[in-house]
Design a protein around this ligand. Structure first.
Ligand SMILES: [Fe+2]
Length: 299
């Protein structure tokens, strides 16, 4: 039995002081947006409260599917590195990046460098950019496969990208890990599901991702980005593959999006294949107390 926790979209605050030259880019719209919206509502206490609850459940592993930060600033990356170090050892925490981590050109590479121990695969290759994806980590019969959809996009866009070379490499990995009988859990920031987001936030190339899964299979896909609690399915060779989105770990709730949550998956090998149960933990709106919100059997 393996217990995998999933967190996403931390959007760690508060924003560090931002130099004027750092705002000469897409950051200006994000900065104004942060000051008007997220900065007022996303409090570090919300995430700290959620993480404290998660850690006392002692999961075997924690997956973080991106948007750890907001504007791709170096100072934010250092804060996020400290946050990761407090979350767990690199062996026990796997990170993929989101569009906010890659907010402006150059940010993705800097974020990957800052968080390298948590993003690298078991092979120890340095992960510098999208060409180094997917990455693979094996833990107790589980294959954690990290994909990258993060890339700088135009102001007011939050699109993700999934191009053919990564799709081909993913297909190969899914095939090999499936043949070896491992439980394949794929991590990606953007939902690889049609119409799961507004047009300007979609994953460009999502059909390439779905095609790799349809041909070679996967047991579970985890994503963030939407800040919603969703379960979709995409076709796999032996039936539907669950695609689970978790709300933001920084969201206070009471607005359009659910309050901060994490999901805890219990994965076990049974006579008929992998069984995957999911528990959702978070606070009810207006309360600070974290508790079990829902339980479901996914496979
Ligand atoms: Fe995002």
């Amino acid at each position: 039995m393996f217990r995998l926790a999933h967190l996403s979209d931390i959007h760690l605050g508060p924003l560090p002081p931002v130099a004027r030259r750092e705002l000469m880019s897409k950051r200006i719209t994000g900065y104004v947006n942060w000051q008007r919206n997220r900065g007022r509502h996303y409090l570090p206490e919300t995430t700290a409260n959620l993480v404290a609850d998660l850690l006392q459940r002692k999961p075997d592993h924690i997956a973080v599917t991106g948007d750890l930060i907001n504007l791709g600033l170096d100072a934010e990356m250092r804060t996020a590195r400290d946050w990761l170090a407090a979350l767990g050892a690199p062996h026990d925490v796997s990170v993929v990046c989101g569009n906010h981590d890659a907010y402006v050109p150059g940010a993705l590479g800097a974020a990957l460098a800052a968080w390298q121990p948590w993003v690298a695969g078991d092979d120890g290759h340095v992960v510098r950019d999208v060409k180094d994806y997917p990455v693979l980590r094996r833990r107790d019969g589980i294959s954690l496969i990290g994909c990258n959809s993060a890339r700088a996009s135009l102001p007011l866009y939050a699109t993700g990208y999934f191009y053919q070379p990564q799709a081909d490499a993913l297909a190969e990995l899914l095939e090999a890990e499936g043949r070896a009988g491992r439980c394949r859990v794929v991590l990606i920031h953007h939902p690889p599901v049609a119409r799961a987001t507004a047009f300007h936030k979609r994953l460009i190339g999502a059909s390439r991702f779905r095609e790799a899964v349809a041909r070679h299979g996967a047991e579970l896909v985890l994503h963030g980005h939407t800040h919603l609690a969703t379960i979709h399915t995409i076709p796999g060779p032996n039936g539907p593959v669950p695609v689970v989105g978790v709300p933001s770990a920084g969201e206070p709730g009471g607005k359009r999006k659910p309050a901060a949550r994490y999901n805890l998956f219990t994965i076990a090998k049974g006579p008929k294949g992998w069984s995957i149960a999911m528990q959702e933990y978070g606070a009810a709106t207006g309360s600070a107390e974290i508790g079990l919100i829902a339980k479901r059997q996914l496979a």
